[in-house]
Design a binder for this molecule. Structure first.
Ligand code: HDE
Length: 705
């Protein structure tokens, strides 16, 4: 009997093949263009004799292979990128003369690279870490790079501390452990001695550090930058990217399991969504502060460890970005892309934030060593769309054949390229008066390290606070030096006494010694909680697993699946083995994946259809039961129909309401059940979709089995 697929429209698109490099075909050649007839055996003396030096094809092939790697990025080594476009909603001329922020009809091409920071290029995606969110805008006035993160604050205030911070968080020097993790002695030693890290550490311990998807995280420019309009008036600006799908995270247990089950979890998700035509989208927002208000805050705008609370200065949406094309070659594009904070265009300028000033040196310097010389801006992914004309010449890997004069001023070259500026289009640095002594000293306005760490913590919901406590217990529980644990708890106590006590009790150190901080710290900014960032409420691109076995109620599966897929979810039928299962409709149905090859952590929700023999098979399959148990305890939506509700009852969730004989649809804590037989009702499907859109459900009772 032929197997009927459960309808799954997106799959075919997802499987779109890579385009061949040379669609016209043609024979193999050397780098010199000489055709090669044989690449499987080296040139040797006789069939069993030594290889000859003369074999230029062999030597060239191996030499090229030996040189395939370039140094990975010192930080942000692991990343994934995509192309797309940005379009402003309306002209921002009042604040900036940047050409790409003027006309809603003009789309500016972009390349975005998302990354983790600590781990090497081959490390897992779902580690606890900051995520890089770097955007290159190929504007008509030259390239503008907004090199941000998914946290709005950084760990240090002055760039001169960056090597110290990075050395502390990176694997320890004696044994190169741990990979992709901050849970080790040297990071926490540094944190406990450097309280300016605490605000960013609160973010790192929160669920923001384990995003469900790159498509579901915010981005921030972090520093205060400066917009400059055509009249030369400056306005302080902070940049925010807000994802249309909302901000969603993994839970820590799940994130850790994902590291083994699918180390490419975030990278694959981005790639698949774009291939499926589900283009990720962010809104660009700005917080604008007039120059005269520079000192209106109780923190310094130049301090990158501080946010401007959105309740104080609202985020004003100015445009949107859509990513709609995957790179064709990871190395050529995602690896070789070179971002630089000093790549700015007229209308966008710097402030004296000492972290930003240091970055403006570091990024060009790092590309020189990483990309092997000064000509990396000629690589296709880095090349501006705006014309480049100057007298910069030669160097490693120069691919432009320059002609004519190479100095300025000249008469022999007709004076070209001449100074720009006659039409007012050139970049002119913002005129800022600076008076001061030459000193090496942190500004006293940078000294408060605790208020905003407390603001963040107090803005969290109970479940978010709980996750922060658990994360701190995990991280500090991996620290061997007891003194470091104790010192960190003392620092946490300056953020919140109860937080510090809860952490202390989980890691076997004494309660903090001091009194709790003044209630003045107990401010809150609701905009910081993920609860306020649910997105558009859709279920698009959520991965739904349907557990099936021989004797499954096929109509139930099909009825739910069609609606979910119609709403843009990706639904996969999982069974004990690959192949097909028999349905109650007498047909064979295709299985998308075998349970042993996947895990609940790779899905957002699970559906348990009924079926007279199907349900008992699921209950007796340890892989299937583990799948359901994990989905349940990770707070994921679970739907069960007909006898499928029995699978949930087997787990004995204490006190959870399930559909019983006289109930129809019951929804409790994201568990949606309906014992009535036959096709799923519209009410069931609606409730299940609502549960999926909410992403996670935190107040579930534990299961007994
Ligand atoms: Fe970076 N950072 N950074 N950084 N950073 C790099 O540049 C550096 C900082 C960020 O996808 C490096 O090309 C210093 C803050 C991203 O290619 C390097 C300081 C923020 C990326 C570098 C900082 C970032 C980098 C390594 C303190 C958020 C990845 C490779 C003054 C606003 C870009 C490279 C990509 C990469 C230096 C602090 C974000 C070494 C010295 C704050 C997203 O140049």
């Amino acid at each position: 009997m032929d197997a009927t697929p459960f309808p799954n429209d997106r799959k075919q698109e997802q499987r779109e093949a890579f385009r061949a490099e040379d669609p016209a075909g043609g024979p193999l050649t050397t780098d010199q263009g000489v055709e090669v007839d044989h690449t499987d055996d080296s040139l040797a003396v006789g069939e069993r004799g030594p290889t000859l030096m003369e074999d230029f094809h062999f030597r060239e092939k191996i030499t090229r292979f030996d040189h395939e790697r370039i140094p990975e990025r010192v930080v942000h080594a692991r990343g994934a990128g995509a192309y797309g476009y940005f379009e402003p909603y309306e002209s921002c001329a009042e604040f900036t003369r940047a050409a790409f922020l003027q006309d809603p009809a003009v789309r500016t091409p972009v390349f975005v690279r998302f990354s983790t920071v600590q781990g090497p290029k081959g490390s897992a995606d779902t580690v606890r870490d900051v995520r890089g969110f770097a955007t290159k805008f190929y504007t008509s006035e030259g390239n503008y790079d907004l090199v941000g993160n998914n946290f709005p604050v950084f760990f240090i205030q002055d760039g001169i501390k960056f090597p110290d911070f990075v050395h502390a968080v990176k694997p320890e020097p004696h044994n190169d452990i741990p990979t992709g993790a901050s849970a080790h002695d040297s990071l926490w030693d540094f944190v406990s001695l450097q309280p300016e890290t605490l605000h960013a550490i609160m973010w790192l311990m929160s669920d923001r550090a384990i995003p469900r998807s790159y498509r579901m995280m915010q981005g921030f420019g972090v520093h205060t930058f400066r917009f400059v309009n055509a009249e030369g008036r400056g306005t302080f600006v902070k940049f925010h990217w807000k994802p249309r799908l909302g901000v969603h995270s993994l839970v820590w247990d799940e994130a850790q399991e994902c590291q083994g089950r699918d180390p490419d979890f975030n990278r694959r998700d981005l790639w698949n969504a774009i291939e499926a035509g589900e283009y990720p989208e962010w809104e660009l927002g700005v917080q604008l502060v007039p120059e005269e208000d520079e000192f209106a805050f109780d923190f310094d705008l130049l301090d990158a460890t501080k946010i401007i609370p959105e309740e104080q200065v609202p985020v004003r949406p100015i445009g949107r970005m859509v990513l709609n094309r995957n790179p064709e070659n990871f190395f050529a594009e995602t690896e070789q892309v070179a971002f630089h904070t000093a790549n700015v265009v007229p209308g966008i300028d710097f402030t004296n934030d000492p972290l930003l000033q240091a970055r403006n040196f570091s990024y060009l310097d790092t590309q020189l060593i990483r990309l092997g010389g000064p000509n990396f801006s000629e690589l296709p992914v880095n090349r501006p769309l705006a014309p480049v004309r100057n007298n910069q010449r030669d160097g490693y890997h120069q691919s432009t054949v320059h002609r004519g004069t190479n100095y300025f001023p000249n008469s022999l070259g007709g004076g070209c390229p001449a100074h720009a500026g006659v039409d007012g289009k050139a970049f002119t640095h913002y005129t800022e008066r600076i008076d001061g002594a030459k000193i090496r000293r942190r500004s006293p306005s940078f000294q408060d390290h605790y208020s905003q760490a407390a603001l963040f913590f107090h803005s969290m919901t109970d479940w978010e606070k709980q996750h922060i406590v658990q994360a701190l217990r995990f991280e500090l529980g991996k620290v061997d030096a007891r003194a470091v644990r104790t010192r960190t708890v003392e620092e946490l106590a300056k953020v919140d006494g109860e937080l510090a006590r809860q952490v202390a009790r989980g890691i076997g150190v004494p309660d903090p010694s001091g009194t709790d901080p003044e209630p003045a710290y107990k401010l809150s900014s609701p905009a910081l909680s993920q609860e306020s960032l649910r997105g558009d409420g859709s279920i698009r691109t959520r991965q739904i697993a349907v557990l099936v076995a021989d004797g499954v109620d096929a109509e139930q599966v099909t009825s739910v699946r069609e609606v979910l897929a119609g709403e843009g979810a990706i639904v996969e039928a999982l069974a004990a083995t690959d192949g097909s299962v028999s349905g109650t409709d007498g047909k064979m149905h295709t299985v998308d994946r075998a349970l042993p090859t996947v895990a609940s952590v790779l899905y957002d929700a699970v559906l348990l259809p009924g079926g007279p023999t199907g349900t008992p098979s699921i209950i007796s399959d340890p892989d299937a039961m583990r799948f359901v148990r994990d989905a349940y305890r990770h707070g994921k939506p679970v739907g069960a129909l007909g006898s499928g509700v029995g699978v949930l009852s087997t787990l004995q969730p204490e006190g959870l309401r399930l559909s019983a004989e006289f109930h129809r649809v019951v929804a409790d804590q994201g568990v949606v059940t309906d014992t009535s037989p036959g096709t799923a009702s519209a009410e069931f499907v609606r409730e299940f979709m609502t549960a999926i859109a909410a992403h996670r459900h935190w107040d579930r009772p534990p299961v007994r089995c």
